[in-house]
Design a protein around this ligand. Sequence first.
Ligand code: UD1
Length: 453
Amino acid sequence: MALSTPRAYGGAMNAPLLAAVPWWRPATGHRLLIHGGRPLVGTYPISGAKNAALPLMVSALLTPHLVTLRNMPANLDVAVLAALLQRLGCEMHWSHTPSGLSVTISADRVKPREIAQDLVTRMRASVLLLGALLARCGEASMPLPGGDAIGLRGVDYHLAGLRALGATVELDDGMIHATAPAGLRGTDIVLPRPSVGATENLMLAAVLASGTTTIRNAACEPEIADMAACLSAMGASISGAGTHEIAIAGGKPLGGAVHDVLPDRIEFGTLACAAAITDGELLLPHGRIDLLGAAAPLLAAAGVMLEESDAGIVARRGRDDLQGIDVTTGPYPGFATDLQAPTMALLTRASGASAITETIFEQRFRHIDELRRMGANISVVGRTAVVRGVERLSGAAATCGDVRAAAALVIAGLSASGRTILDGLDHLDRGYDRMAEKLAACGADIVRGSETR
Ligand code: UD1
């Protein structure tokens, strides 16, 4: 099926950068206006995972053959990465199929051009281009990547791993220059901690390196196993993806593949929280309880019911009031740091106190001040936030500080009485495919606009 009329996404500031991404069009409004207090009832289809789609798109750089990715999420991060890949010489053909957005990527004529600052600083995942370009072209240069303002988020593990694979990596005035003219060589790498991005970057480099690479203390997030499944379909030999030790027998030229992007476990958990806090009931097609890890029993303990049905997962609050729970984020299968902010929004309305400890990123409490504006009772000691549930939240003006904080503020706004006005919507658009539209279809009073009303 051909592409339909482009839909509205993102702020006007993205328009020139993203002109070459056909489904992208700047949204009309830079504010989200929510009148809370209405139960969410209806069907909210869960998209392909952003955090799987990005490394999968980069995987296509490893082969001159066609890679087709189906069930792609249409969010701003995907659009930005698409623009980046096009600047590197990739051809991308997008189509809407009954199963969602698909892209076919041809990296036949990829060239290791210097990657532009404007796009890289918007998205930390762009650092994955380093491993893939080094492997495919023998060189790569890019500015140090950006992304959420949620912590130091260094790339030292990435660079150390690439050096261990035989690359020369230099840092010069905020730029990374990496070369491997004689190719990369497989080796043993032990990550200091299970970094998702470093695991993916080193896998991308290692599949074209000669010999075997072992990545120990690897991250085992489901998105890594999804990337490995696609690379395997392209002809790579990878074992152990999804565990803490991954072995890659590299050096074989890769072919093309057709791959369905894994459903988004973060969007799923977020919408489950939204259903429960609004006393609604959402059918979440493509939601997967098994991908939630530690979040599944903890959300259940808080009173978020998830029931399997033929059409997807039904999410709602259980018979009792929401209950406070204690949460500590951790690498998968621990409680996902990306669900911390949405869960905190949920717990602002739970009975009793909750202690939420963030162990992955040091500045991932940017939503707390904004939730407090809405009447939440939250105090912070070090890396732990203590949330004491309140009877009601009140709508307020708030600013989204990062992707997951944005989702948390939407959840709080849906539950609050009165009007909530959210700014900083690029953050929401980075991670979610038309969230406001989909929520409105489930009965929320939520519109995107420029004016207050
Ligand atoms: C990915 C996800 C992000 C998620 C995070 C943790 C994508 C596109 N993003 O981010 O949504 O919140 O995993 O599940 O998939 N670190 C270093 N040096 C490094 C690499 C990481 O110190 O070279 C630190 C980071 O600062 C952070 C921790 O390791 O404190 C974990 O980061 P990492 O797992 O690498 O997160 P990302 O891959 O950036």
